[in-house]
Design a binder for this molecule. Structure first.
Ligand code: SF4
Ligand code: SF4
Length: 214
């Protein structure tokens, strides 16, 4: 009898706890968002679509083609094409491709980047119809100045310094033909004195046989 009463009280207590939770959430404002009309305010460290930032002040590209992100990527989904600039003698970016169909959004590439160029944005709406369209090239990856400024502030990244100006092109060496003639020491042709027959020492005349004195 006592056990039955105890179990009944315990059941009523559990029902009361459940009803309390129901009433509490009935009066609370809803936490669900009316997506996509109401976009969520994601934190700065959210790892969404990858992008390349530019300097928010000067709009110059921040990638220095160091290839660290390409090397560290475990999925090998980054492909960088660069060449050595003849002006600065440093690597210069030509093309940058990221296959978002392979990327697992681990964020390793963003951690090793020395210039904070490659970043994870808050964009997560990347659904597409083909795998090829998930490969983003340099143009699709590069953010605008305003977008870059937004992410630099949101991620609390230090503002990049402007790149040093390119060295002035060396003046071309003047052509040899353009040089004034007096600059060149005139090569005097070596005149070999021709040995004239009259200059040659006269050959001793053959001794005429002496006539015996009679
Ligand atoms: S987030 Fe990870 S998988 Fe994606 S490109 Fe960067 S390193 Fe590779
Ligand atoms: S690590 Fe940064 S600077 Fe280096 S190649 Fe990648 S994006 Fe460019």
């Amino acid at each position: 009898m006592f056990a039955l009463v105890g179990r009944s009280i315990e059941s009523l207590y559990q029902v009361a706890r459940g009803l309390k939770t129901v009433f509490k959430h009935t009066v609370r404002p809803p936490i669900t968002k009316n997506f996509p009309d109401d976009m969520p305010d994601l934190p700065g460290h959210f790892r969404g679509r990858l992008a390349l930032a530019v300097n928010p002040q000067t709009s110059e590209h921040l990638c220095i083609s160091c290839l660290q992100c390409e090397r560290v990527c475990p999925d090998k989904c980054i492909q960088i094409t660069s060449h050595k600039s003849p002006e600065t003698n440093k690597p210069e970016l030509i093309e940058f491709k990221i296959d978002h169909g392979l990327c697992m959004f681990c964020g390793l590439c963003t951690e090793v980047c020395p210039t904070s160029c490659i970043i994870n944005t808050n964009d997560f709406e990347m659904a597409d119809y083909t795998r090829e369209s998930l490969v983003y090239d340099l143009k699709r990856l590069t953010l605008s100045q305003d977008e870059s400024a937004h992410y630099f502030a949101k991620k609390e990244l230090p503002m990049p310094k402007p790149k040093p100006p390119k060295p002035a092109a060396k003046p071309a060496a003047p052509a040899a033909a353009a040089k004034p003639a007096e600059d060149k020491p005139e090569a005097k042709p070596e005149v070999k004195a021709e040995a004239k027959p009259q200059d040659l020492p006269a050959a001793p005349a053959p001794e005429s046989p002496k006539k015996e004195e009679q």
